[in-house]
Design a protein around this ligand. Structure first.
Ligand SMILES: CC(C)(COP(=O)(O)OP(=O)(O)OC[C@H]1O[C@@H](n2cnc3c(N)ncnc32)[C@H](O)[C@@H]1OP(=O)(O)O)[C@@H](O)C(=O)NCCC(=O)NCCS
Length: 199
């Protein structure tokens, strides 16, 4: 399948809604504490995407996949606690804001002009396994004006993601062992940091 890759802020009115659905279906490990209702999650988080930091792969006008590419000095998402509380309720919304701000709004430790952080890579369920995520990342590797591409904190158990990045030439350069309690609970042993250097 061939995909058209464009920046999300140039993709039309419905892009934010479709990105939020990809997020709700793809990042459940962060989200199921706040609501089990996928549509509620999508509505609650749709506000957060900073569209000019994201690229999307389009197929027949639909968003098949998304990925952010930032220079690490500004975040690709911005959480608004009022929006979270509106959709998730006072307690869960407040809690989601506190927990996820720390997880999602991370800057690169040592940002520089030639480095990019790839974040929030996700493919819509009907398009999985058809090359959409590969297309978007390959586009970034070819067209984004950076030399070094980093993907931080991939769960070692996320086989689709680990294989995708390995296939595109990313290599592990760091990893963090998960505390044993977490490892037992969610099966993740390590969070892996990956890097691709342009030849
Ligand atoms: C990871 C993810 C983005 C892959 O997207 P995708 O568009 O389906 O990936 P592609 O079709 O481009 O696949 C490229 C390669 O990834 C690997 N891959 C993709 N899906 C896979 C799966 N279910 N199991 C094992 N490997 C898989 C394969 O190596 C594949 O190459 P192949 O088709 O030649 O075998 C998608 O599964 C997803 O959205 N997951 C949920 C969100 C997530 O975990 N994001 C990553 C956070 S770090």
């Amino acid at each position: 399948m061939t995909f058209t890759i464009i920046r999300a802020d140039q993709a039309g009115a419905d892009v934010r809604t479709q990105m939020a659905e990809i997020f709700a279906d793809g990042f459940t490990q962060w989200l199921h504490y706040f609501s089990k209702d996928r549509n509620r999650i999508a509505k609650a988080f749709a506000h957060m995407f900073v569209l000019d930091q994201f690229y999307v792969a389009l197929q027949d006008g639909q968003v098949a996949a998304m990925a952010a590419c930032t220079d690490g000095t500004a975040t690709s998402v911005r959480l608004d606690s009022a929006q979270l509380r509106k959709h998730l309720g006072l307690i869960r919304g407040t809690f989601a804001g506190m927990v996820l701000q720390k997880e999602f709004e991370q800057l690169l430790h040592n940002p520089g002009g030639d480095k990019c952080s790839i974040e929030f890579v996700g493919t819509a369920l009907p398009y999985r396994g058809q090359g959409a995520a590969s297309a978007i990342i390959q586009y970034l590797l070819q067209h984004a004006a950076f030399k070094e591409f980093l993907i931080e904190e991939v769960a070692d158990t996320n086989e689709p993601a680990m294989r995708l990045y390995a296939k595109l030439g990313f290599q592990e350069y760091n990893s963090k062992a998960m505390p044993e309690k977490h490892a037992r609970k969610n099966g993740i042993n390590r969070l892996v940091s990956l890097r691709y250097m342009k030849p």
